[in-house]
Design a protein around this ligand. Structure first.
Ligand code: SAH
Ligand code: SF4
Ligand code: F3S
Length: 452
């Protein structure tokens, strides 16, 4: 049978990017290989995001752009997966007659079967059944790099923040069994991966539903003992569930990196209540203080929504104050976007785009100053970098990340040796700090070698 080509277009968050690695892995096992060339594809899959209205609209224009391809090749299979597919299901088939297959976020493992059904029976299928099956976790993954791996430790979300579509797209919270996670990480270590990032919408509530006597800090302690893995990261933490036990484990475990993404969303307690976040800004700041006390080198980042319904100038100032107080290393800023599936879409006092944009720009400017200032503090310092590969934009340089998740491009005295350093932990002296990356020079390899 001739090999088939798959073009995979991915939108949205890390969770979706990871799902795409899974789609590629599972289809590769059925003899289908990835291509960047849409014109040459036998199957095109869009892995979609619906976090904001614009993202969802984009999906339909993307689907529209595939019409000429289908006209040219009537055998082309067009599939739509991800969060928009999960919510819209059949509707996509009705609105886009050239789409053959719609599949949900929890049934990627069924793809080879679904594609066969489309091919053999000529049927158009929408399968968005979202019952959790371990088969999805056990499906092969075709990872982008060879040093760092994403893996999911839980699915779904039960928090129902009033603005957020995720509980409707990813279903109820479901923790993956500990043994399944561990065996995947051991396998990754054997393949030579050095760093893992554990994924979940709210990793801090890991284990509540498993029936196993285990929580997230326990899981970290177990993973920390896996030989070959040198660094552990995780996203996302929900402030209401961030425990003292987790802070202690982060401080104590050698492989858990000094970096935490802790979304605050807004600085005003009234807005936080309306968002159903389950904490006050005071609770949040206390946890930040404890984190800074226990892990002095910690880097922090956050998500902020600007212009939630009813956000006054005073509320907005509170968000600005938090940004100044915490001094984040980075922020992901979002303008509030009403999602019709969610309660906040019909809250009164929806703000105009002009107000949202002005507030957005203000925080963005403030944060850029803070990020640059924090990065500048690293000039002249020596940092540990896990080397991820060659810097494609600079001949002879290498690229990696600090434990605090900052990108470092660095040069080495003997560039001909650079390939042998990939996957190593090295010490780099920082010569220059930019807004989004640091530049430096190799000092030595941690643990010896000829650079020691
Ligand atoms: N589970 C994670 C992140 C989920 S989505 C968490 O709770 O932190 C990523 C981010 O998108 C959210 O943190 C939020 O800041 C943003 N977001 C979610 N819904 C949104 C909406 N309707 N409008 C604008 N931003 C939104
Ligand atoms: Fe969305 Fe809130 Fe769940 Fe995060 S915790 S995914 S923001 S509902
Ligand atoms: Fe992620 Fe977008 Fe879905 S942010 S969880 S892909 S709605």
């Amino acid at each position: 049978m001739p090999e088939k080509n798959l073009a995979l277009l991915t939108f949205g968050c890390q969770m979706n990017k990871y799902d795409s690695e899974k789609i590629a892995g599972i289809l590769q096992k059925s003899g289908i290989r990835l291509t960047d060339d849409l014109d040459n594809a036998d199957i095109v899959i869009l892995n979609t995001c619906s976090i904001r209205e614009k993202a969802e609209q984009k999906v339909y224009s993307q689907i529209g752009r595939l019409t000429p391809l289908k006209k040219k090749n009537s055998k082309l299979i067009i599939g739509v997966g991800g969060c928009v597919a999960q919510i819209q299901g059949e509707k996509i088939l009705q609105r886009a007659p050239h789409v053959d297959l719609v599949f949900g976020t929890l049934n990627i493992y069924k793809l080879p079967h679904l594609i066969r059904e489309v091919e053999e029976k000529g049927e158009r299928i929408a399968d968005i059944d979202n019952d959790y099956s371990e088969d999805n976790d056990l499906a092969p993954v075709k990872r982008e790099g060879s040093i760092h791996a994403w893996l999911s430790i839980m699915h779904g979300c039960d928090n129902y923040c009033t603005y957020c579509v995720v509980p409707y797209t990813r279903g109820r919270e479901k923790s993956r069994p500990k043994e399944s996670i561990l065996s995947e990480i051991r396998g990754l270590a054997e393949e030579g991966f050095k760093e893992v990032t554990l994924l979940g919408q709210n990793v801090n509530s890991y284990g509540r539903d498993t029936g196993e006597d285990i929580d997230f800090p326990d899981l970290l302690s177990i993973i920390d003992r896996v030989k070959g893995i040198k660094r552990i990261r995780f996203i996302t933490s929900h402030p209401k569930d961030l425990s003292d036990k987790l802070i202690k484990v982060m401080a104590d475990l050698p492989k858990v990196c000094e970096y935490l993404h802790l979304p605050i969303q807004a600085g005003s307690d009234r807005v936080l209540t309306d968002m159903n976040r389950g904490y006050t800004s005071g609770d949040y700041l206390k946890k930040i203080d404890r984190l800074k006390e226990s892990i002095p080198e910690i880097a922090l980042s956050t998500d902020i929504i600007i212009g939630f319904p009813g956000e006054t100038d005073g509320d907005f100032e509170k968000t600005r104050d938090i940004v100044k107080k915490v001094c984040y290393d980075g922020i992901y800023l979002f303008k509030y976007s009403p999602r019709k599936e969610t309660p906040a879409a019909i809250f009164s006092n929806q703000l105009s785009d002009t107000v949202k944009r002005a507030r957005f720009e203000e925080i963005l400017k403030l944060q850029k100053e803070i990020t640059l200032k924090k990065n500048k503090e690293l000039e002249g310092k020596v940092v540990e970098v896990l080397v991820e590969g060659e810097d494609k934009n600079a001949n002879g340089k290498l690229i990696g990340r600090t434990r605090t998740n900052k990108i470092v491009n660095f040069s080495i005295d003997m560039p001909e040796d650079r390939k042998s350093l990939i996957g190593e932990l090295v010490n780099v002296s920082i010569l220059k700090s930019n807004l989004y990356s640091l530049e430096g020079i190799l000092i030595n390899i941690k643990g010896g070698g000829k650079y020691a």
